[in-house]
Design a protein around this ligand. Sequence first.
Ligand SMILES: N[C@@H](CCC(=O)N[C@@H](CS)C(=O)NCC(=O)O)C(=O)O
Length: 221
Amino acid sequence: MLTVHHLEKSRSHRVLWLLEELGLEYALKTYQRHPRTFLAPAELKAVHPLGKSPVITRDDMTLAESGAILEWLTETYPDAELAVAAADPARPDYLYWLHYAEGTLMPLLVMTLVFRRVPKSRMPFFAKPVAKSITRRVIGSYIQPQVDTQLRVLDDHLQRNTWLVANRFTCADIQISYPLEAAAGRYGLGEQYPALTAYLQRLRERPACQRAIDKGGPVTL
Ligand SMILES: N[C@@H](CCC(=O)N[C@@H](CS)C(=O)NCC(=O)O)C(=O)O
């Protein structure tokens, strides 16, 4: 039996969702974030030395990195057709979107989260306004414009496509759902990105996504 090491409100929602799409049985071990730092508990380091989630284990296999887990699961259970085969003309696009989600979009959203926390951390009272001002400038001049560009490109793509790639739902859609949830929470998508907003709604409405939330809890912090 496969075990998912699931950190609450984290990227491991992707793994639960895919397992629900595949209809596989799995054991769920849920870990709570530290209430102040939001970091994972030390016990996750016993599963994988980086102590991050998701991680899956089965017999003597341990696999971390949500993208690698999604690829491994879709290749191990190909009947569900949630990947795009190597010979398919849509394969390059599939690989692009699958890797783009974690490699390009997600780091910008993590930076937003980290910078927004800076002024909230403990410091002498006179340092607070300086920290706030630096944070605002970094987000406003460096991060936010890049996020806007990314979301515009995605919105444009989704005006012409129901799903991210190959005209069908694949695990690339699951992989991108997490940064989109984070972007919706941190920046708001609203009327500025109507196609993206509708796409996120389509993703949320998938019964397997709902079942993953029922089992693993809310998706983002
Ligand atoms: N690129 C990795 C990122 C893993 C990662 O950073 N996971 C976060 C949860 S979203 C985590 O474990 N954070 C807790 C911590 O850093 O202590 C993946 O996609 O799996």
